[in-house]
Design a protein around this ligand. Structure first.
Ligand code: AMP
Length: 317
């Protein structure tokens, strides 16, 4: 295990001084013992630790998560690990962009205190006799289309929480089903970790930033913002037409969702799903929208090789 200097937060230091300190002392931890030691040092100093789990190929969305975590934690740890167990057969595990050196530079620039980038053998050492399996929250949206995906997500995030032992962890709203599932995992497994949901970071034209956008051709990239455009139009229609009064709400909602999917297909997408679910259970809405409840309007669609996802979290008025 390599030795390291644990940076302390210089009280009253200017942002630029702090940046300088961080630039010098960002830790790169390859081993579990190293990152545990980092957290232990922080806790000994009464500092809390925030974790930003990622699969690397960092973009501005990840950077915002790192910066936002700064507001919640004294020490910010970014994990970079392309988790094999959340990729299904035929998915893009092998092709997933990997650029560790560039990512480390970005983390340093964003002000991370440590990066945990374990090898696959460190995370999945030995034989695995235990599998976690998700029930209700995983049977709609991406969970229905990517069997086993969220089982792999809860497996690796459980592991990351035990390896890093953070006080706080941040995840993006872009993957809202993942967030809801992890929220439930924290509750059911009694993890002592508070979660923060970060707003989706978008390009100027509305496309949600994603490492997988790298798969888009220039023509596909030009078309890609239409997925979010379609969700926004749907939200407007749901709000104007389907307030809590509409008698046959489910039929009306289904009609709108189908129409949105068909329009996306006509414009060149291959729609995977467009769904409206309640936030708590992630199940389709079968009654009129209830004021004060939260709903998720979510979509996934293929453009060439890329599978884009997006969502809007709505509260009915
Ligand atoms: P990934 O590397 O794709 O696994 O993403 C790591 C974290 O970044 C997850 O919590 C994602 O939800 C979050 N994330 C990815 N893209 C965005 C984005 N455009 N806006 C906000 N968060 C994002």
């Amino acid at each position: 295990m390599s030795d390291f200097f644990c940076p302390s937060r210089a009280a009253g230091s200017s942002q630029s001084t702090r940046q300088t300190v961080l630039t010098i002392y960002m830790i790169t931890a390859r081993h579990i013992a190293e990152i545990r030691s980092f957290t232990r040092h922080a806790h000994l100093k009464q500092e809390n630790v925030g974790l930003v789990p990622t699969m690397g190929a960092l973009h501005e969305g990840h950077i915002r998560l790192i910066r936002l975590m700064r507001q919640h934690a004294d020490q910010v740890v970014v994990s970079i690990f392309v988790n094999p167990t959340q990729f299904g057969p035929g998915e893009d595990f092998e092709a997933y962009p990997r650029q560790l050196q560039e990512d480390l530079d970005k983390c340093r620039e964003a002000g991370a205190d440590a990066v945990f980038c374990p090898k696959r053998e460190a995370v999945y050492a030995g034989t695995h006799f235990i599998r976690l399996h998700l029930e209700t929250l995983g049977n709609r949206l991406c969970g229905a289309r990517r069997p086993g995906h969220f089982d792999g997500v809860i497996q690796v995030v459980n592991k990351l929480f035990n390896m890093v032992q953070p006080d706080t962890a941040i995840f993006g709203q872009k993957d809202i089903q993942q967030y809801r599932i992890l929220e439930q995992m924290v509750f059911e497994f009694n993890h002592d970790v508070s979660l923060v949901m970060a707003p989706t970071v978008r390009a100027a034209d509305g496309l949600a930033l994603s490492s997988r956008n790298a798969y888009l051709t220039p023509e596909e990239r030009a078309l890609a913002p239409a997925l979010y455009g379609s969700l926004r139009k749907l939200e407007h229609e749901l709000r104007t037409r389907l307030l809590s009064k509409e008698a046959d709400a489910q039929a009306a909602i289904n009609g709108l969702l189908e129409q949105a999917g068909a329009e996306l297909d006509d414009s060149g997408f291959r729609t995977d799903y467009i769904e409206l679910v309640d936030y708590e259970r992630l199940q389709p809405v079968t009654t009129a929208l209830e004021p004060g409840r939260r709903y998720v309007l979510a979509g996934a669609a293929y453009l060439g090789k890329a599978r884009l996802i997006d969502n809007i979290l709505m509260e009915a008025e």
